[in-house]
Design a protein around this ligand. Structure first.
Ligand code: NAP
Length: 253
C-alpha cells in the first residue's frame, strides 16, 4: 500500500507510540483519523499532524464500547469516505500478581475489575475496531491493512496475567484475521514491542531504567519511532500478513 493520501485510523493516538505513528504517517502524506479518550492530548496530536501539511481529524471514543466504536467508524466514513488502514494501538496496564502471599498468608489477589478493564480495552477494543474497519473495507470493496499492537508480554510476564492474556489474544486474532480477510484484499499483521521509552518510562528512576536496559541485548530501550517505522513497513509491504514482528532489541521474556 502506498501511504500517500490513504485514510489511516490510529487508536490511542494522543500520546506515546500512537502519536509517533501519527507523525510518521503524516510525514508520508497519509490522511489521519486519530482516536483517543484524552481530549487535550488528542487535540495536540491533531495540531502537530496538520502542521506537517496533511488532513487530520480527532475522534474522542472509548474503544471498549461497542456503540462508540460503531459510531466512530460511521463518523470516519462520513468525513473521509472510509478507511484504508487501521492501527489498533490503544492499550492500558493494570499490573498485579495473581496472588500475593507472605508466610503462606494471602495478602492480595488480582482483582476481577483489573482483569476485566485490561481485557475490555486491550482485547475487546482491538476486536471491535478491527471488526468495524474490516466491515467498512469489505463493504466498499476497498483493500486495506490492519496493524495490531501486541507486546513482548504476550509470552507471559510476571504481574501481567491480564495484559499478557490480552496481548496473546491480539496476536492470535491477527493470524485469524489474516486468514479470513485475505480474500477481500485485506492484510493484517501485528507488532510486539519490547521496552519502549515513553512518557511513562521517563518518570522511572534512572537505576530502574539501567536495570531494565542491562537485560536487553542491545542495552537500550527502543524509541517510539522504532515502532512507528515498523507500522510504515507493514503498511507498505504488500506480501506481509498474518505475522507478529518483534521489535524488542533482542530481549526474550
Ligand atoms: P500510552 O502512552 O498509555 O498511550 C495510550 C493512549 O491510548 C492514551 O492516550 C490512552 O488514554 C489511550 N487509551 C487508553 N484506553 C483507551 C480507550 N479505551 N479508548 C480510547 N483510547 C484509549 O501507551 P503507549 O506506551 O504508547 O502504548 C501504546 C500501545 O503499545 C499499547 O497497546 C501498549 O500495550 C503497547 N506497548 C507499549 C510498550 C511500551 O513500552 N510503551 C511495550 C509493548 C507494548 P488515557 O491516557 O486516557 O488512558
Amino acid at each position: 500500500m502506498q501511504i500517500q493520501d490513504k485514510v489511516i485510523a490510529i487508536t490511542g493516538a494522543g500520546q506515546g507510540l500512537g502519536k509517533a505513528m501519527a507523525l510518521t504517517l503524516a510525514s508520508q502524506g497519509a490522511k489521519l483519523a486519530l482516536v483517543d479518550r484524552n481530549a487535550d492530548a488528542l487535540e495536540r496530536a491533531v495540531a502537530e499532524c496538520r502542521k506537517l501539511g496533511v488532513r487530520a481529524e480527532g475522534y474522542i471514543a472509548d474503544i471498549a464500547n461497542e456503540g462508540e466504536v460503531e459510531n466512530l467508524f460511521a463518523r470516519i466514513e462520513t468525513a473521509f469516505g472510509g478507511v484504508d488502514a487501521l492501527v489498533n494501538n490503544a492499550g492500558i496496564i493494570r499490573d498485579g500478581l495473581l496472588v500475593k502471599a507472605k508466610d503462606g498468608v494471602i495478602e492480595g489477589k488480582l482483582s476481577l475489575s483489573d482483569w476485566q478493564k485490561v481485557i475490555d480495552v486491550n482485547l475487546t477494543g482491538v476486536f471491535l475496531c478491527g471488526r468495524e474497519a474490516a466491515a467498512q473495507m469489505v463493504q466498499k470493496g476497498r483493500p486495506g491493512v490492519i496493524v495490531n499492537i501486541s507486546s513482548i508480554s504476550r509470552n507471559g510476564n510476571m504481574g501481567q496475567s491480564n495484559y499478557a492474556a490480552a496481548k496473546a489474544g491480539v496476536a492470535a486474532m491477527t493470524v485469524t484475521w489474516a486468514k479470513e480477510l485475505a480474500r477481500y484484499g485485506i492484510r493484517c499483521a501485528a507488532i510486539a514491542p519490547g521496552f519502549i521509552a515513553t512518557d511513562m518510562t521517563a518518570s522511572m528512576k534512572p537505576e530502574v531504567i539501567a536495570k531494565i536496559e542491562s537485560g536487553i541485548p542491545l542495552r537500550k530501550m527502543g524509541l517510539p519511532e522504532n515502532i512507528a517505522q515498523t507500522v510504515k513497513f507493514i503498511l507498505e509491504n504488500d506480501y506481509l500478513t498474518g505475522r507478529v514482528l518483534e521489535i524488542d532489541g533482542g530481549l526474550r521474556l
